[in-house]
Design a protein around this ligand. Structure first.
Ligand code: ADP
Length: 169
């Protein structure tokens, strides 16, 4: 049984992430999406909100048999705990490469039995990131082509809450 883990902040999940999930699913017997706390990134959504959005987005797309977990821990320790043979990551532009290179070498140093596997972005989603989606939606732009419906709704609600709390201050 070949298990892979796909970790990320998923703040929030986008169509780019979903594309990686579907392609990774074909390569491994079991895929686990691990929503990582990543507090240094100051996420917009809480860890539990992000986990639920991943879960709903998978349901919305009819993607089954992918487990979703949320954790605040060291990735390589989690991979070992889950018995994962591989850590899946997506690669977009060259700036992704620099970070990923450093992370992969560190993880290999910590545990050489877990392989880092990189999937090249789909051309159609190469420009999509959680940050750009948040930026567009924050200023009222259209994001329906970039994210599942559940995420679009959640972003709308989140920014509405922000506007409400600012208007009462
Ligand atoms: P992190 O904070 O760990 O980078 P992200 O949620 O930003 O978490 O990304 C998780 C993984 O998904 C990363 O490997 C990232 O490169 C990949 N990814 C994000 N968006 C895309 C995309 N549009 N196409 C391919 N891979 C992507």
């Amino acid at each position: 049984m070949r298990i892979a883990i796909y970790p990320g902040s998923f703040d929030p999940i986008t169509n780019g992430h979903l594309d990686i999930i579907q392609r990774a699913q074909r390569l491994f017997d079991r895929l686990i999406v691990a929503v990582m706390a990543n507090p240094s990134k100051h996420p917009l959504f809480t860890l539990e909100e992000r986990r639920r959005l991943v879960q709903r987005s998978l349901q919305e797309r009819g993607i089954h048999e992918v487990q979703v977990i949320a954790r605040d821990c060291l990735l390589i320790a989690l991979a070992r705990e889950l018995g994962a043979a591989a850590i899946i990551r997506g690669l977009r532009i060259t700036s992704d490469f620099e970070n990923e290179f450093q992370t992969a070498l560190t993880n290999r140093d910590l545990d050489s039995s877990v392989e880092s596997v990189y999937l090249m972005t789909n051309r159609d989603y190469s420009f999509i990131s959680s940050s750009i989606v948040k930026e567009v939606k924050r200023y009222g732009g259209e994001v329906s082509r970039f994210v599942p419906q559940a995420v679009e709704r959640a972003l709308g609600e989140k920014f509405q809450q922000d506007r409400d709390s600012h208007s009462t201050q």
